[in-house]
Ligand binder design. Structure first.
Ligand code: ADP
Length: 838
């Protein structure tokens, strides 16, 4: 081809050898430059040069493996003539330097025309050569018509190119521009331009570059073009089959300016905006929303389409719509409820908890009979670690429903439940709606964990928001502030858990049916450990029963010496600790402990014995010295100490009450974290004792009949910083003071609970089962409780009842008689007999 007419490139060109693809005339590409040779070229030619000429360089594709590309230009000498001698003269449009991760330049180069190296002038510091221009480079004029065979070929090529562009989405500006360019560009430039746009390998591009002859070039490029067209057709066919994938097809990098940028007609990850809207639109229609929600969505969608993407509101609206389409408006799972199977499943998952399991089964049975049950919300109340959450999970499993736990502890903002209005920056839906989005169905089991720990703040009362959620009469039209349309929650099965009912707001409590889950007895814990916790922990640590065995005795030791809790959570942790220790040994292939090996030191070389059995010594090795001791009897060696039973949200506890007296003016000092009710009980106790001092021969230090005369009394409730309150310590305070004033010791194996009145009656109290279990844990033998609590004893397992001696007391007289060895006789038998009328 003649190069005599049109624009001439300089005849001396510096050469840039690049591994990065092939620059074809008419396309623009970025080339990263980091080899010493090329860096030199950039520095001394492109950065120093001032004329337009100096920005023209020869770009030669380097087919050599970059690893072995040294300082030399060996390939030039060894002569891959065909490849190396032909290159593209390019105009460096932009040079960007950077130091990271190593010094390099990035060049933006537009290809002008082919050239052939006619003579290499020098090689260092960068090659410079005499070149011969191969393509005609013209100012944009009407390209002259090609004729003959070439004309026909170029016409076919042009038509194929038009067909290809026609398959793209014309509404994208860059495609429209490309279409216009096809007509205005001279035909002979089309092969180069299209070859650099469509999907071609470097080798194919090299072949195009090598095709100096125009006819050959057309012939080389046409099949590539046809291939791309076929590929697109195939893609469009699959698109019809899979409508969801619309947006991925025909994605074109946005904003490309021809020929200043390369196109890629293949699909790539970037979403095309217009397509996205179509998808969103369809999703909205397919989401199965009720009419009002659909109307809101369509309105928002309409607004979104008109909004420029740069507007902050665009993202907001889009997020909103995406949430709306994801919500399970009409998606639900089918309940598969078989009461017999449910019973087996609950029994398999949980040992003990009979009462709770019975009630749960009743509840499920009623649901089976009447599916649209607007039944009560179950609320499991009990100490931590007694399996409340885990029963909730089992219920979901028996019903075949999704399970989602919403932790409410510490939530003090009502928008946590109900969401923020969309006008706020960063607004989002509340936890209920979020939970529904997570589970993806509209009838999951939601476990509202720790409803007793809801807080209150200036941001409103979350408990009040929960009222609406939990009320079966209202929750079919629950409105989240973020959604601003109603969502039907009536299919959701709510279960709540709490440690105590005391801090649950009354209105909320009223909506729920409270099921008490008391703590476990020692024996129950041993069973739970062996049936559930140990197998579970073994599995978690990748151990088998053939490797680790924990005998029952050891479990009992763990329970009594290393844990003190109503539930089984720290027991589970301790078992986990044992498993970890054994896992190390198993992995090492050693014996369990030094102590063990010393016992069998006669055969030190013996292989590790499996299973490793955890005995007392091993237990001490792993868990350290015992944490809790039975200190009860030691503390009761002085007058003025008595043991009470307290109920806390963490289960029952034994509580020591200590009293001492000294000379003073009849002051009463109370210490220990006490609530008001407890202080009142202390005053009541003192008053009753003073008024009955004569009867029981109670005296002050000096032996005077008024115990307070010239004496100060100090009452202390040790153990912990936990605030103790409630009326049930009354009898204990009386007993403790009676011991102090009489100088007699309270029996060391007796614990008591009960509220007192000024007249000396003992009133019933709550939490009997937990309290009795705590006393039993502590190894006490006799328990004094109010007469009217006798019925509560039925809840206590038979074997524990058998081990304890229960004394029911109607009056304080009964209490004192039972608390002291040999009774606590009253002197005057004329003391009027009091009978409870309460
Ligand atoms: P809570 O919710 O009452 O604080 P969890 O349900 O989290 O307690 O229970 C703590 C752990 O104790 C769980 O691993 C659970 O499986 C186990 N667990 C508690 N009670 C039982 C039981 N009766 N039978 C079997 N495992 C139990």
């Amino acid at each position: 081809m003649s190069s005599s007419s049109g624009i001439q490139i300089p005849s001396r060109l510096p050469l840039l050898l690049t591994h990065e693809g092939v620059l074809l005339p008419g396309s623009t590409t970025r080339i990263s430059v980091d080899s010493a040779r090329n860096m030199q070229l950039v520095k001394s030619r492109l950065l120093k040069g001032t004329s337009l000429k100096s920005t023209i360089i020869g770009v030669i594709p380097n087919t050599k493996d970059p690893e072995h590309d040294g300082e030399e230009l060996p390939s030039l000498h060894r002569g891959h003539y065909k490849l190396l001698f032909i290159g593209t003269a390019g105009l460096a449009v932009q040079v960007v330097g950077s130091n990271w991760p190593k010094p390099h330049y990035t060049l933006l180069i537009t290809g002008l025309c082919r050239f052939r190296v006619s003579q290499l002038l020098r090689e260092r510091p960068f090659p410079v050569a005499m070149v011969e221009q191969l393509d005609r480079l013209e100012q944009y004029t009407e390209g002259e018509q090609l004729d003959g065979e070439l004309g026909e070929l170029s016409q076919r090529f042009y038509q194929a190119a038009v067909q290809l562009v026609g398959m793209l989405d014309m509404s994208v500006p860059v495609v429209a521009k490309l279409r216009r360019l096809l007509d205005s560009l001279p035909r002979e430039t089309l092969p180069d331009v299209l070859a650099s746009m469509i999907r071609t390998s470097n080798t194919e591009k090299l072949q195009v570059l090598d095709a100096i002859d125009l006819e050959e070039r057309f012939k080389k490029t046409l099949p590539l073009l046809t291939r791309q067209i076929e590929g697109l057709k195939l893609l469009q066919k699959t698109r019809k089959l899979r409508p969801d994938d619309d947006k991925r097809v025909l994605a074109i990098r946005k904003g490309g300016v021809f020929p200043g940028r390369q196109f890629s007609l293949e699909e790539d990850g970037e979403d095309e905006d217009g397509d996205d809207m179509v998808v969103l639109d369809r999703k909205v229609k397919e989401a199965g929303m009720p009419e009002p929600a659909l109307r809101v969505c369509l309105k928002e969608l309409k607004r979104l389409k008109k909004m420029p993407q740069s507007m902050p509101e665009y993202a907001l609206t889009r997020n909103y719509l995406e949430l709306m389409v994801e919500l399970p408006w009409s998606k639900s799972t089918t309940d598969c409820l078989d009461i017999r199977a449910a019973r087996v499943l609950l029994d398999n998952d949980h040992y003990a908890l009979e009462k709770l399991k019975r009630r749960v089964l009743e509840y499920l049975a009623v649901r089976q009979l009447k599916s649209a049950l607007k039944g009560p919300i179950l609320c499991f109340v009990g100490p931590p670690g007694v399996g409340k959450t885990s029963v909730g999970r089992s219920i979901a499993r028996t019903l075949g429903r999704e399970f989602h736990r919403i932790a409410l502890g510490g939530v003090c903002d009502q928008s946590d439940i109900r969401g923020h209005r969309r006008t706020y920056v960063g607004s989002m839906p509340g936890r209920i709606i979020n939970g529904l989005k997570t589970v993806g169905v509209n009838n999951p089991v939601f476990l509202l964990d720790e409803v007793d720990k809801l807080g209150k703040s200036l941001q409103g009362d979350p408990a009040a928001a929960l009222l609406e959620v939990l009320d079966p009469e209202q929750n079919h039209s629950f409105t989240d502030h973020y959604l601003n349309v109603t969502f039907d929650l009536s299919q959701v099965l709510f279960i709540a858990t709490a440690n105590t009912t005391a801090t649950i707001p009354p209105a909320l409590l009223d909506r729920m049916e409270v099921l008490q889950v008391p703590g476990y007895t020692q024996e129950e814990k041993v069973e739970i450990a062996h049936r559930h916790l140990i197998p579970h922990q073994l599995e978690q640590h990748g151990l088998t029963p053939q490797q680790l065995q924990i005998p029952q005795d050891t479990t009992q030791e763990i329970i009594s010496k290393y844990t003190r809790e109503a539930g089984v959570r720290s027991l589970e942790r301790k078992i986990g600790a044992i498993c970890r220790a054994v896992a190390v040994k198993v992995a090492e292939g050693h014996k369990l402990s030094k102590t063990e090996s010393s016992r069998v030191d006669s055969d030190i070389a013996a292989p590790p014995e499996m299973p490793i059995v955890i005995d007392q010594i091993a237990l001490k090795d792993i868990l350290g010295p015992q944490i809790f001791e039975m200190e009860v009897s030691e503390r009761l060696t002085l007058p003025g100490v008595a043991i009470g039973l307290a109920w806390t949200p963490l289960g029952g506890e034994i509580m020591f009450v200590e009293a001492s007296r000294m000379e003073g003016e009849g002051q009463l000092t109370l210490t220990g974290q006490l609530g008001d009710v407890m202080k009142e009980s202390a005053h009541l106790a003192i008053t009753w004792l003073r008024s009955n001092a004569k009867t029981y021969q109670l005296t002050n230090i000096a032996g005077c009949a008024d115990p307070l005369e010239g004496n100060d009394i100090h009452l202390h409730f040790p153990a912990g910083a936990v605030t103790k309150d409630g009326p049930s310590a009354g009898v204990t305070i009386v007993t403790c003071l009676a011991s102090l004033f009489s100088g007699r010791l309270v029996r060391s194996d007796v614990a008591m609970t009960g509220e007192i009145t000024l007249r000396g009656l003992v009133l019933p109290v709550g939490g009997i089962k937990d309290k009795v279990l705590a006393a039993h844990r502590a190894g006490l033998k006799r328990i004094i409780l109010p007469k009217r609590n006798e019925k509560d004893l039925e809840e206590i397992p038979g074997h524990i009842r058998a081990e304890l001696d229960f004394v029911t007391a109607g009056t304080l007289d009964d209490v004192l008689n039972a608390a002291f060895d040999g009774g606590f006789p009253a002197l005057s038998l004329t003391h009027p007999q009091i009978t409870s009328k309460l």
